[in-house]
Design a protein around this ligand. Structure first.
Ligand SMILES: [Zn+2]
Length: 345
């Protein structure tokens, strides 16, 4: 279930995908949309988000659709709208209750349940929207059951199927749907969307890099203040270490935070990997701007093994964290390793 406040892409962000999405948004605006869509694309392209945004648009009761203010918009976002029927593998329709069979499948019983629900009149609006995630998880019986409804759809019902591997769907299902193929997002497109949402400069650059082509991840990361706070803290304390005397102070500050230590190590590892990627020319050199000058020099002039030594130190700390070794001592050792590597540059 989605949490309100999590900032993901909105309908207009999908305009960056080009003509297919431009056409789709136009049909929503002028009411010429068809009764079934199959949204395809790799992981991270925003299939489910696009389907939800379409639902939000069509169920919105505000002026500027989707307004994001009305009760319908909130309900769609929270997955509680009575006219949005949500189907996902392993669960009953619009429910967190697992089905008895087919833990990872969409089974025929679920489709029968769905068919029963769509033929009822809408509760809150004049339409019902079916959002089916991972449609390829329907087994053959389920697909055949759905096919009958797709062939003779009840009035005012819109089917939004999403799938990252539509090849396993029956051709007859595919031919009943208008296909919307989402492309992997290029870094430029992600940056463009971030900019339109007010994220620029260093933060945008870092989010594009860390999101690895996932538009949802890029946006939620760019807007996640606590992520940036903890990232800056790790950068300041572990990479910007001034001298040996500060090590004890920092380690004692972290000594009661062994649980958060894993996140810290992940962040640190991510930073070193980014340096390595910049070093070998596989990431935007602009990513190095916030890094301490010695590390920037190492990225320019260093050898791969400098970064590998840092990664080994982090992995050792990870292993010792799980052992009986005192956590504060683990941190002190890690910081000494980092200082030693830094001192060479
Ligand atoms: Zn609204």
């Amino acid at each position: 279930m989605e949490k309100e406040g999590n900032r993901g892409p909105v309908l207009r962000d999908f305009l960056a995908q080009g003509t297919v999405c431009e056409g789709l948004i136009r049909t929503l605006e002028d009411g010429t949309f068809v009764h079934a869509y199959l949204i395809t694309g790799m992981e991270g392209t925003g299939k489910r988000t696009l389907a939800r945004e379409m639902a939000r648009y069509l169920l919105c009761r505000g002026e500027n659709k989707p307004c994001g203010e009305c009760e319908s918009c909130h309900q769609v976002q929270m997955d509680t709208h009575p006219d949005l029927l949500h189907v996902r593998p392993g669960y009953h329709v619009s429910s967190d209750i697992p089905t008895d069979h087919g833990k990872n499948d969409i089974i025929v019983d679920t489709i029968r349940e769905l068919v029963g629900l769509v033929s009822e009149h809408g509760f809150a609006s004049d339409k019902r929207i079916v959002l089916m995630e991972q449609a390829e998880k329907m087994n053959t019986a389920a697909q055949n059951a759905l096919l009958k409804t797709l062939e003779e759809p009840p009035e005012n019902v819109l089917f939004l199927l999403t799938s990252s591997s539509p090849g396993t769907l029956l051709p007859t299902i595919i031919s009943r749907c208008r296909q919307i193929a989402l492309h992997p997002w290029t870094d430029e497109q992600v940056r463009d969307v971030l900019e339109k949402n007010g994220f620029t400069g260093d933060r945008a650059l870092q989010a594009v890099h860390a999101a690895g082509g996932s538009i949802g991840r890029a946006l939620s990361m760019a807007g996640d203040e606590s992520y940036w706070e903890s990232r800056n803290k790790v950068m300041e304390q572990f990479l910007n270490l001034k001298d040996r005397s500060s090590i004890y102070g920092i380690a004692s500050e972290w000594k009661d935070a062994k649980d958060q230590g894993l996140d810290m190590l992940d962040t640190l590892e991510d930073m070193v990997r980014t340096m390595l990627l910049c070093h070998v020319g596989q990431a935007d050199p602009g990513l190095m701007a916030p890094y301490p000058v010695q590390f920037q020099r190492m990225v320019k002039e260093g050898e791969n093994r400098s970064f590998l030594r840092l990664l080994t130190s982090i992995q050792n700390a990870r292993a010792r964290r799980l052992s009986q070794v005192n956590w504060q001592a683990v941190l002190e050792r890690l910081m000494l390793d980092i200082m030693e590597e830094k001192s060479k540059w």
